[in-house]
Design a protein. Structure first.
Length: 567
């Protein structure tokens, strides 16, 4: 963008007919350029033209292009040409270079043996200096980096014990059995008591690089001592699920994503989400389908013991789907026939929330969201519950609204299984759904508030959801902006999912980032907040000041808080 504080240049255009200058924008007329190097302009006019040519690359290039044919034409006449300009210049350059070589040879001869040694030493020093310059500059240019450490010391304890796992923007190359290299994100394991980085994962002897756009894994998850990363699509479109040990960093499996039997996934379909079974035996991978049809596989199942794709689930959807009953209506338990229904026969159906998956606490059911659009451009989210084993559809629920900026999260309380669907601004809501074998049914609709926008205004950005260890508080952070650029929103909410109410809401002037409640049950355990690439500590209700706790020593950001391991 141009510097608005710099005054615009005044460019003189020469007019031969009126023999004066006129302040207008270039380029200069061709006849003026020819008149200048032909010596046909008055001195004061020629001065303006030459000054302009000194600073204008466009006009000077045109002048050079016009000068060559002019000189060729002017050379045609009765008098012989004294020399050829281009040949003369070439001869002069050759003579000068030859003289330079001869002078250097004479200089070396005069130096003698000792002088030659000194000159050789100076050349050696120059070569070493060049090598060192390349050694220092190349890593910065190529994005080469090192394993992360904490630059902060003497930080307060987040808990008396335990480990925090977080993702940085550094890529660790790892090779599979065929020699193919996959890029996974660096995961750091941080001691909650001291704040020191215990381990940088996964183990690899390759050089780390800073990630560029679209290189970071699309999903990262943990189950016990296992870390899973789903790589971004490589240049050939392939993706892989990488599993490694959280303690040693040793890679257990690298599973290239295909359909069962090895059939390639079409290039138009990307794997985008990851859910892990409670016992850590299976990983479920959600596919982002541009068009959703009954019978189209939308979930891959990976056996984590063998590292193989064992199944592809293809849940369908019904022609008539239920809607939530209107407020104040008869109780559905007593009057099931009062449930309103909606037809999907003439609707456009695609993957919602980019194929995001959620799992019930008992691991029996998977949930996803479809995006529905009717002929009047009314939008709905269709939440489906289907078997994690067979993919058979069990039950659905449609919610009206625009879910472009939304997230889905499964609960962690097996006694009261819940599912949380949160939509961001301009109409931020938290929908609390029953995740049992009777769901999904709407248990609570919590308006979140936030920025007020005109009807039709849409927002884009990020929305993050995390749950407290007991499963009673849902933490929501939003960093979003309206598509017209008029409104920016940085919001933090804490929702009590038992009472269906907002207990904390902060509107921030800076990045809201992400909040991760501490899994430690120790008294005084602190909550983690990630903002601007730095991890800070705060209290569980986010009312206290942020205390910086971890900042990567080379200035690279932490981009995601993954999980805590209590000890």
């Amino acid at each position: 963008m141009a510097d608005t504080m710099t005054p615009p240049a005044r460019i003189a255009r020469v007019t031969t007919r009126r023999m004066h200058t006129q302040t207008i924008k270039c380029p200069l007329d061709p006849e003026m350029l020819v008149a200048e190097f032909a010596g046909e302009l008055p001195p004061e006019i020629a001065k303006h033209v030459r000054e302009h040519l000194l600073f204008c690359e466009t006009c000077s290039a045109r002048s050079r292009a016009l000068r060559m044919p002019y000189e060729m034409l002017s050379s045609l006449g009765t008098e012989p040409v004294p020399h050829v300009a281009d040949l003369r210049d070439s001869v002069r350059v050759h003579v000068r270079s030859r003289r330079t070589v001869q002078e250097i040879a004479r200089f070396v001869a005069r130096l003698g043996r000792f002088g030659v040694i000194v000159l050789t030493g100076l050349l050696g020093i120059a070569v070493i200096a060049l090598f060192l310059a390349i050694a220092f500059l190349y890593p910065a240019i190529a994005g080469v980096t090192s394993r992360s450490q904490n630059s902060l010391t003497d930080v307060p304890a987040a808990a008396r014990g335990g480990v925090l796992y977080a993702e940085t923007n550094k890529l660790v190359p790892i090779k599979d059995g065929t020699g193919h290299t996959w890029q996974v994100a660096e995961i750091i394991a941080v001691d909650e008591h001291t704040g020191s980085v215990l381990r940088s994962l996964p183990a690899s002897g390759e050089t780390l690089h800073v990630a560029r756009a679209n290189q970071l894994p699309v999903a990262v998850g943990m189950s016990g001592r296992r870390v899973l990363e789903m790589t971004a699509a490589a240049q050939d479109g392939r993706q892989a699920l990488v599993s490694f040990d959280a303690g040693t960093g040793k890679v257990a499996h690298i599973t290239p994503l295909t359909f069962p039997g090895g059939q390639a996934i079409p290039a138009s379909i990307n794997a985008t989400s990851l859910a892990i079974s409670p016992d850590g035996s299976a990983a479920y991978i959600g596919l982002d389908l541009p068009y959703q049809l009954n019978g189209t596989p939308s979930v891959l199942v990976v056996n984590l013991a063998s590292g193989t794709v064992t199944a592809a689930l293809a849940p369908g959807f019904d022609t008539y789907v239920p809607l939530p009953p209107p407020p104040g209506s008869l109780p559905i338990s007593a009057f099931p026939s009062a449930i309103p229904y909606m037809s999907t026969s003439n609707m456009t159906v695609s993957s919602g929330l980019h194929g995001t998956l959620a799992l019930s606490p008992d691991g029996q059911w998977l949930f996803d969201v479809l995006s529905l659009t009717d002929q009047n451009q009314q939008h709905y989210a269709l939440i489906r519950r289907f078997s994690a084993v067979t993919g058979a559809l069990a039950q659905e629920l449609a919610l009206p609204g625009d879910f472009t900026l939304a997230r889905l999260l499964g609960g962690n309380n097996s006694e009261t299984p819940q599912l949380y669907l949160v939509t961001g601004s301009p109409d931020a809501h938290c929908f609390i759904l029953d995740a049992s074998d009777q769901g999904p049914t709407l248990m609570g609709d919590v308006p979140l508030g936030g920025p007020v926008a005109l009807p039709g205004t849409s927002f884009t950005g990020s929305l993050q959801l995390t749950l407290s260890a007991p499963g009673d508080h849902l933490y929501i952070t939003q960093d979003a902006a309206s598509t017209d650029g008029e409104i920016t929103s940085h919001e933090v909410w804490v929702v009590d999912v038992h009472s269906n109410g907002v207990i904390v809401h902060h509107s921030l002037v800076t990045n809201a980032g992400m909040v991760l409640p501490n899994g430690s049950t120790q008294k005084g355990a602190r909550t983690f907040a990630l903002r601007g690439g730095v991890i800070s500590l705060t209290d569980p209700l986010l009312n206290g000041a942020l205390t910086p706790w971890l900042q990567v020593s080379d200035g690279k950001p932490v981009i995601m808080l993954i999980a805590t391991e209590a000890k």
